[in-house]
Design a protein. Structure first.
Length: 558
C-alpha cells in the first residue's frame, strides 16, 4: 500500500497583511479574561493544559495545570472553570496552577460550555443531549432543562448565567441567541431560527453571547466575522466587523469566538487571526496582542470547485451567496453569478449551462452564461406525490440528462428525470442515510455516497443494495472509525477516493473494498483544511483544496 504526503505550495483567494505591527504569538485563542495586572488567555492549539499570562505587548508566563482542557472560563472568586479534554470532567482552577476541585461527569454527559452563577453553582451545557444542567458545589445535578418552549435545540454552543437567574443560550445550528428561564420560556431572542444571514436580523453560526451591564447583549456572529450589540427590543444597535463592499472583503475579524465588555470598550478574541484586540465604541483599536493575518479575502466558506477548460476555477462561494469564475494565475474573480442563498455546489455542464444547488432556497437551478434561469428543480414526484427538497447539498448530471441529488435535509439521494419524476431513490425506510453530503456515480449505475451523519462511505447498486460500506480506516498504524466524511468521488469506474473528516487523510479504494493508497497531510493546518473541506480536485501533479473554514483555495503537491 502506498502512502503519499501532501504539501502546501500556494494559497489563492486572499491577500496577506504585509504591514503587521507585531508578531502573532497566538494561534487560535478561545478565551480571554482581562484582570488587573494580566491578560489570561486560553489557546488550545498552543497549550491546552495552560492559561497564558500576558499583556498587550506579549506573553509573559503561563499557569500550568498538567491536565488537558477543551474549554476554560472565568468563574467565581476570580477562579477559573474548565472542561477536561478526554474525560469531560469539570475542574475548578486557581491562578497558582492548582486544581481545587474536580467533578467526575457521567459518560453520557458531554459538557461544552460552563458558567458560574451568583450562588456558586455551575451551569453546564450538555451538547450531546441538548440539555442545560445546574450543578451545586458537591457535584450534584440539582436542576435540568431539556425543553425550550416552541423550539428544538440543534447545536447549542455557549451559555451564560444571568444575574436575574435566567440563562443566555447560543445555538449555532439555529443561528440564534435567546434568554430563557428554568421553565423553558423564551424571554428574549435574536436571530431567525435555523435561517442564517448577515443582515440586521440574522446571525450565522454564532459562537457566544454576553449580557452587558447596560442590559444589551454582545454577540460573536462568528461566520459573519463581526461582533454585534443588540438591545432589549432585539434591535442591532452597533457592529464591528469586515467591510464587504466590492468583490473583495476587507478583513477586520476572522471567526471571532468571544467578546466581552471592558472599562474602555470591548475585548475580542479574534480567533482565526490569532490575536486579541480591544476596541472602543467607535471601532478604533486601542490595544492589540498580535496582528491580523489577512488584509483582504475574496471567498467566504467556499464549497465546490471545478476546473474549467480555460484553466479557471468555478467556485461555489457559499456564504457570499454567489458562484464565481476565478482566474488562478491572476488571483482574481472574472465573473460572478449572484442572488443565491448558500449555493453549495456549482458545475459547468457540457452544453455550457451551470447547474447550482441553491441550497437554502431549497432548489437546484440551471442558468446560462448570462445568468438567466433555464430550469428549476424544487423536488420530485414519487407515487403521485410531490416531495420538496429541504437542503440539496450536491448534484450531478448523468449522460441521459437525469440529475442525481443529495438532499441532506431529507436524508436521501434521489435521481430525477426531466419531468422531475424520481427514477431512483435511496435513504427512505430501512435504507437509512443521515445528512448525506456528496455522491458520485459510475458506469455500473452504482452510487457512491458520503453518508456523513452515519460516519461511513457506502456504495449502493441500482437495486438499493449496499455493495460496500467503509466504516474504519488506518490512521497512524491503527484502525480508526471513519468520522463525518463530506467528500467522495469515483476516480474511474472501478476506483474511488474519499476524505475522512476525523484525520483529513485521503483514501483510495477499489470497488471490492481494497485500500490501494492514501494521502497524509504534512502539517496540522493542511489536516484541518482537509477535515473541513467539501471539495478537492486533482490537476496533474497538483491537489486543489477548497479550504472551507479559512475562505481560500490551497494548491498542494504530493
Amino acid at each position: 500500500m502506498k502512502i503519499k504526503y501532501i504539501y502546501l505550495k500556494n494559497v489563492l483567494g486572499e491577500k496577506l497583511n504585509k504591514e503587521k505591527k507585531m508578531k502573532n504569538i497566538l494561534r487560535f485563542p478561545t478565551f480571554i479574561h482581562k484582570g488587573e495586572n494580566y491578560l489570561y488567555i486560553f489557546d488550545p492549539l498552543i497549550d491546552n493544559s495552560s492559561i497564558l499570562l500576558g499583556n498587550f505587548k506579549g506573553i509573559i508566563n503561563k499557569i500550568s495545570y498538567k491536565r488537558s482542557f477543551k474549554f476554560i472560563e472565568i468563574a467565581f472568586n476570580d477562579h477559573f472553570v474548565g472542561i477536561e479534554q478526554e474525560s469531560n470532567n469539570i475542574c475548578i482552577l486557581n491562578k497558582k496552577g492548582n486544581i481545587l476541585r474536580s467533578y467526575r461527569m457521567d459518560p453520557n454527559i458531554d459538557p461544552i460550555s460552563l458558567s458560574a452563577n451568583s450562588s456558586g453553582d455551575l451551569l453546564l451545557l450538555d451538547r450531546k443531549n441538548k440539555k442545560i444542567l445546574l450543578m451545586d458545589m458537591t457535584g450534584l445535578i440539582i436542576k435540568s432543562l431539556s425543553t425550550i418552549k416552541g423550539m428544538k435545540l440543534l447545536f447549542p454552543i455557549h451559555i451564560q448565567s444571568l444575574a436575574n437567574g435566567n440563562i443566555l443560550l447560543t445555538d449555532e445550528g439555529l443561528h440564534s441567541v435567546f434568554e430563557v428561564d428554568w421553565s423553558g420560556k423564551i424571554l428574549w431572542n435574536f436571530g431567525i431560527y435555523g435561517i442564517p444571514g448577515n443582515d440586521n436580523d440574522r446571525l450565522t453560526y454564532p459562537q457566544s453571547a454576553c449580557r452587558l451591564n447596560n442590559g444589551n447583549t454582545l454577540i460573536t456572529d462568528s461566520m459573519n466575522n463581526r461582533i454585534i450589540e443588540v438591545n432589549k427590543l432585539g434591535q442591532m444597535i452597533w457592529s464591528y466587523g469586515n467591510d464587504r463592499r466590492g468583490a473583495w472583503e476587507k478583513v477586520n475579524l476572522l471567526f471571532p469566538t468571544s467578546a466581552k465588555g471592558t472599562e474602555k470598550g470591548i475585548i475580542i478574541v479574534d480567533s482565526n487571526n490569532g490575536r486579541i484586540i480591544e476596541i472602543d465604541k467607535f471601532g478604533k483599536i486601542i490595544n492589540q496582542l498580535g496582528s491580523k493575518k489577512i488584509k483582504k479575502k475574496l471567498l467566504s466558506y467556499p464549497r465546490s470547485i471545478q476546473l474549467l477548460e480555460n484553466e479557471n476555477l468555478l467556485i461555489a462561494d457559499t456564504l457570499n451567496n454567489r458562484v464565481i469564475e476565478f482566474n488562478m494565475k491572476k488571483n482574481e474573480m472574472i465573473k460572478s453569478y449572484n442572488n443565491f442563498f448558500w449555493p453549495r455546489c456549482a458545475k459547468k455542464l457540457g452544453d455550457g449551462k451551470l447547474m447550482i444547488t441553491d441550497s437554502l432556497n431549497k432548489k437546484v437551478v440551471f442558468i446560462n452564461s448570462e445568468g438567466k434561469q433555464q430550469r428549476i428543480i424544487k423536488g420530485f414526484w414519487l407515487n403521485k406525490k410531490f416531495n420538496y427538497f429541504v437542503d440539496p447539498h450536491y448534484a450531478i448530471q448523468l449522460s441521459n440528462k437525469n440529475v442525481v441529488i443529495a438532499d441532506s435535509g431529507n436524508h436521501i439521494v434521489v435521481e430525477v428525470n426531466q419531468n422531475n419524476e424520481a427514477t431512483w431513490i435511496y435513504g427512505e425506510g430501512n435504507e437509512s442515510l443521515n445528512d448525506p453530503h456528496y455522491l458520485s456515480r459510475n458506469k455500473f449505475s452504482e452510487t457512491l455516497i458520503a453518508d456523513s451523519g452515519n460516519n461511513r462511505i457506502v456504495l449502493v447498486d441500482y437495486h438499493g443494495n449496499i455493495f460496500l460500506s467503509i466504516t474504519e480506516v488506518p490512521v497512524n498504524d491503527k484502525m480508526n472509525s471513519v468520522h463525518f466524511p463530506r467528500y467522495c468521488e469515483f476516480i474511474d469506474d472501478n476506483n474511488f477516493l474519499f476524505i475522512d473528516g476525523g484525520s483529513g487523510y485521503i483514501y483510495v479504494y477499489n470497488r471490492l473494498g481494497n485500500l490501494l493508497e492514501y494521502f497524509k497531510p504534512s502539517d496540522q493546518n493542511l489536516a484541518l483544511a482537509l477535515i473541513n473541506t467539501r471539495s478537492i480536485l486533482f490537476d496533474e501533479e497538483k491537489l486543489l483544496i477548497s479550504d472551507y473554514n479559512n475562505g481560500r483555495i490551497l494548491i498542494c503537491s504530493m
